[in-house]
Design a protein around this ligand. Structure first.
Ligand code: PLP
Length: 390
């Protein structure tokens, strides 16, 4: 099997699993208790808080553990909306956010909030002049993702943070795809809130965190016990938190090497596909792009058929067509960068890990060439198109 879907989830690294195991049956105490067993668990939880704080250059008490990226996004948006409603009810986001942000925005619209969904350019970049023009006296929050999960485009986060600060507006970023892949400094980038998730960086599933800058008036998300400074009640997911800490440490220690390796593989794959497969288009920014992301549209191809045939060859990848949403609408991200429905339907997302090899990339290109040719040979539209070219 060749796993090329690391934006969907990653393999839990063996050292992460090793770090977690003792916290199931040996150190199983409740961190809120006062005897030694609980105290060791509390220490493990706070060690991870410190690891993450060091990674973001923030204070450990600004890190709140959650059940993952979706919860962090929900919390950041809903709780800010509630806490700042007396200042205003306007929120700015982009059209290419993850559904955890977009669907939360839709929910807030029903509650009387007004949302501006910024367009992006053809590479998926938010335009700063659009953002500036959208800010109003009643704007309480800007939420723009750090890097896009489908097309890999990295947004101008420091510039957005600067604008938000100048206008006295809070800035949240969904950094689920970026955290652990690219360096992040919340002070230099003027980020007030940041969401991340363990399973996107070789950590376990069901654990993540929300960074909340000191001074941000944000309400509790889960009411109950006093965990997470009374803002997110519930007995801590200690094994998950320990695994998250180990994953973050690992990600930081290998970041430079991993990035170098992935960029080389990514650019090799992009080059071969562009050279050897006709009628394709690279989606996303060519250089301001996550090191592991490759996203192409192939004309006259149905994404799902392509994925099934790739799966038949042991290749796991993803598409911007209907499969993920369960609907027939193609990816909102690909439509937002200006693709036609048929171009969006024929898209393929490949997201690498540092474990992939050049030989695997060669195999993928060879199989992809055959699959695309076979699918095009079955397409009457492609036949018409070829005739029209002659
Ligand atoms: C995966 C992902 C999420 C959701 O994270 P979960 O931990 O799976 O809830 C949110 N935003 C982005 C950009 C993602 O890629």
């Amino acid at each position: 099997m060749i796993y090329l879907d690391n934006a969907a989830t990653t393999k839990t690294a063996p050292e992460v699993v090793d770090a977690m195991l003792p916290y199931f049956s040996e150190y199983y105490g409740n961190p809120s208790t006062i005897y030694g067993l609980g105290a060791s668990c509390k220490k493990a939880v706070n060690d991870t808080r410190q690891i993450i704080a060091d990674a973001l250059s923030c204070k450990p008490e600004e890190i709140y553990f959650t059940a993952g990226g979706s919860e962090s996004d929900n919390w950041a948006l809903k709780a800010t909306a509630e806490a700042y409603a007396n200042k205003g009810k306007h929120i700015i986001t982009s059209k290419i956010e993850h559904h955890a942000v977009l669907h939360t925005c839709e929910y807030l619209e029903k509650k009387g909030y007004e949302i501006t969904y910024l367009d992006v350019d053809e590479n998926g970049m938010v335009r700063l002049e659009d953002l500036k023009a959208a800010i109003r006296p009643d704007t309480i929050l800007i939420t723009i993702m750090f890097a896009n999960n489908e097309i890999g485009t990295i947004e101008p986060i420091a510039e957005i943070g600067k604008l938000a600060k100048e206008h006295g507006v809070l800035f949240h970023t969904d950094a689920v795809q970026a955290f652990g892949q690219v360096p992040i400094n919340v002070d230099e980038m003027n980020i007030d809130m940041l969401s991340a998730s363990g399973h996107k960086l070789n950590g376990p599933k069901g654990i993540g965190f929300l960074y909340i800058r000191t001074g941000v008036k944000i309400r509790s998300f889960i009411h109950g016990g006093a965990q997470e400074r009374s803002r997110r009640a519930g007995t801590e997911n200690v094994p998950g938190i320990v695994g998250l800490g180990a994953a973050v440490e690992r990600a930081l220690s290998i970041m430079e090497e991993k990035t170098k390796k992935e960029i080389a593989l990514r650019d090799y794959l992009i080059e071969r596909i562009e050279k050897e497969i006709p009628y394709c288009r690279l989606n996303g920014h060519r250089t301001r792009r996550l090191p592991n992301n490759v996203n192409f549209s192939f004309l006259y191809i149905e994404g799902e058929s392509m994925l099934i045939m790739l799966d038949g060859k042991g290749i796991c990848a993803s598409s911007g067509s209907a499969c993920t949403s369960g609907s027939l609408d193609p990816s909102h991200v690909l439509l937002a960068i200006g693709l036609k429905h048929e171009e969006a339907h024929g898209s393929l997302r490949i997201t690498l890990s540092e474990e992939n090899t050049k030989e695997e990339m060669d195999f993928v290109v060879e199989e992809l060439k055959k699959i695309i040719q076979r699918l095009r040979d079955m397409s009457p539209l492609y036949e018409d198109f070829i005739k029209s070219q002659k």
